[in-house]
Write a protein of this length. Structure first.
Length: 319
């Protein structure tokens, strides 16, 4: 299941939680039982979830629930981790137990809907999301999941409406915009997507996600110069926007601006964990610049990271 945790994490003081994370990890190394307030355990679990460190997130949830067994936020965070690991039975059992102490809680029902989607029961999930929507505090998340269920059911125009409703609720989830681009592409209506994202930019010129989605549409139409301009606006608004830098690099490669593309891929790696895909594109930009030693080094890093990433092996053979 796709999930963006950053919206939840915005409320926390990152520097303070980073310090708590160091203490938490130090206590684990010393085999001590960590003890923090309920709020700090909740913040720690989300701190790790934002960074994709789900093992540490699970440990924060488990230790937190030892001290605060009825903490709904910790229960829901643990549920999310279990869903990500596709341990759906355990996730369902956790929600069943939580509902005893938190009857009719919309977040519990929300995660039941997510589990239904993961089980392929999209129509049932859609019905559940529609039931809880009027009572949900974070309607943008419910609209997003409704859109995903509708896509799975093949109802693309309805999915577009659901994703637009999520944006209307001020969603800052990158996945909402990605799915909208996908839907317009499936409909062979990328021009309709360009029209929508331009309207969103007119409403809020600092909406980096709208600029990003606009660039994706232009890229799909092979309008690389326009795509480059859109991605440049996106990263100008949010300098640590890794996806923006990555897609900017792809546009620059298509425009044969290899030196600029190299810098964009380097910036991508500054703001997200390395992946075989990004390392391969960085290597390709070095190769185009005839920087063969650096190209080989990055192709090899990519192959070491994912031995089945064919492009890395082809790249090593070409330099």
């Amino acid at each position: 299941m796709n999930q963006d945790y950053s919206d939840h994490f915005d409320e926390f003081n990152e520097a303070t939680i980073a310090d708590a994370a160091k203490r938490f990890e130090s206590m684990l190394q010393r085999k001590e039982t960590p003890y923090f307030s309920e709020e700090v355990f909740e913040s720690l679990s989300e701190y790790y979830m934002v960074r994709g460190k789900f093992d540490f997130a699970m440990k924060a949830c488990n230790f937190g629930l030892r001290h605060y067994p009825h903490s709904l936020d910790l229960i829901l965070n643990k549920t999310q981790i279990l869903i990500n690991k596709f341990e759906l039975e355990e996730a369902t059992e956790l929600l069943d137990n939580a509902s005893i102490f938190h009857p009719s809680d919309t977040e519990i029902e929300y995660f039941r809907g997510v589990i239904l989607m993961c089980s392929g029961e999209n129509a049932e999930a859609l019905d559940l999301f529609r039931q809880i929507l009027p009572l949900a505090e974070e309607k943008e998340n419910v609209y997003f999941q409704m859109g995903m269920a509708l896509v799975s059911l093949g109802y693309i125009p309805e999915a577009i409406e659901a994703f637009q409703s999520a944006i209307g609720c001020k969603s800052k989830n990158e996945l909402v915009y990605n799915e909208l681009v996908y839907c317009f592409d499936v409909q062979s209506n990328l021009l309709g997507g360009i029209d929508l994202f331009n309207r969103l930019i007119d409403e809020d010129p600092y909406n980096q996600l709208a600029w990003f989605a606009l660039g994706q549409c232009y890229n799909q139409l092979n309008l690389y110069e326009k795509a480059k301009d859109a991605f440049e606006y996106a990263v100008a608004i949010e300098g640590d926007f890794a996806s923006g830098w990555y897609n900017l690099g792809l546009s620059q490669m298509n425009l044969e601006s290899f030196s600029e593309a190299k810098e964009s891929f380097i910036n991508t790696l500054r703001f997200e964990e390395p992946s075989a895909e990004v390392l391969t594109h960085l290597a390709a930009s070095h190769e185009k610049l005839e920087e063969y030693t650096e190209a080989y080094k990055n192709y090899k890093k990519a192959a070491d990271m994912d031995e089945f990433w064919d492009d890395a092996w082809f790249g090593m053979a070409s330099v």
